[in-house]
Design a binder for this molecule. Structure first.
Ligand code: SF4
Length: 347
């Protein structure tokens, strides 16, 4: 008897609708959560959810975290099947670190505008223009780009990764221009070339909005993710005294959760994707967390709907595969990242 024979289609499964924006038709209620847990057990699967996922998906998962932390959990989990509720490059990273496991993503159309802002061909052409340069890529990249990369980095260790490279070597930094600008400012490095890629969500959080928020919430702390277009503005505003320097914290998503538990502030403004608010509010229920821009929602992350997760568990799809040779080279660049400083967890 196969797993599917033991999964009779029920009313919930019959309601799933596939459309251009993803799978819909199913509410993330208690009945759905019980069915998801039952199917995950039948498949012997562990469910991982990124911090930017819908609250219902976060609540039904076995583990919630940032991309690198989840990839490490995937590698260590005893289960042979990993269901990765996040965007495609994240599921690829889990596959790179756990090549023997089956990795499923509830909707393989969930891409990432930042990862898509550089292809392996474009990176090869850029390298050809700068022979001998060291390539540093943020983890939000495809497996094919990681395979062309010398060292991957997260927002938490990007500065240390670049500082570990001899001063006289050129550095190519991709794909995030805001993280690249942050690294260039901190290291003062002139031979660091930055790819002009961006995430449409983080780029949508701008300095004007931040300045307004700073004026109207003078006692609040400010948590900024360095991929945000506003990171530079936040530091500038702090330098100008508009936002007291000790109230501004530039943090990876994992760092935000630690800071949330430790903060003495009653209100915290958060400059990153709005899904992060759910985990922050759970981590520190007594603190009032507010989004700097409540429209900063990643439509790719939100393609992992209750309907998509249900379909994934019933059909065992979509499976994520990475060519073994690409995976081997990509794994080496991810491994170097883990050896340098405290990589945190990426986005
Ligand atoms: S928020 Fe931006 S960087 Fe993150 S997955 Fe969405 S598009 Fe990619």
């Amino acid at each position: 008897m196969t797993v599917l024979d033991r999964m009779p289609a029920n009313d919930l499964t019959a309601r799933i609708v596939d459309g251009p924006g993803g799978y819909s038709g199913v509410d993330g209620d208690e009945e759905w959560a019980a069915e998801v847990r039952r199917l995950a057990d039948l498949r012997g699967a562990t469910l991982l959810a990124h911090n930017y996922q819908l609250p219902a998906i976060q609540d039904v998962a076995d583990h919630v975290g940032d991309s690198l932390a989840l990839s490490r959990i995937a590698a260590e989990a005893p289960e042979e099947t990993i269901v990765f509720c996040g965007v495609h490059f994240m599921a690829e990273t889990a596959k790179i670190l756990s090549p023997a496991k089956t990795v499923l993503i509830p909707d393989q159309r969930a891409g990432c505008s930042l990862a898509d802002s550089i292809t392996a061909d474009e990176l090869r052409a850029w390298k050809a223009e700068h022979p001998g340069a060291v390539v540093v890529s943020y983890v939000n990249t495809t497996a094919a780009v990681k395979a062309e990369t010398d060292i991957c980095c997260t927002s938490a260790n990007a500065v240390e990764v670049v500082a570990s490279i001899p001063e006289d070597r050129e550095v190519l930094f991709c794909p995030d221009q805001f993280l690249g600008a942050h690294v260039r400012r901190i290291t003062g490095r002139k031979n660091l070339h930055v790819w002009a890629g961006e995430c449409h969500v983080h780029a949508g959080i701008n300095g004007d909005e931040l300045a307004d928020q700073a004026r109207t919430h003078p006692d609040a702390e400010l948590f900024v993710h360095p991929e945000c277009g506003c990171a530079t503005s936040a530091l500038y505003l702090a330098g100008e005294g508009a936002f007291p320097e000790d109230q501004v914290k530039i943090l990876s998503t994992g760092g935000m959760l630690d800071a949330a538990r430790e903060t003495g502030a009653r209100q915290v403004l958060v400059a990153t994707e709005v899904g992060m608010l759910h985990q922050l509010r759970r981590a520190a229920p007594g603190v009032d967390f507010q989004a700097v821009n409540d429209r900063a929602s990643c439509r790719f992350m939100k393609m992992i709907t209750p309907a998509a997760l249900l379909r994934c568990l019933v059909e065992g799809a979509d499976e994520v595969d990475v060519d073994p040779e690409i995976a081997k080279r990509a794994r080496a660049s991810v491994q170097r990242m883990i050896e340098i400083g405290q990589p945190g967890g990426g986005e």
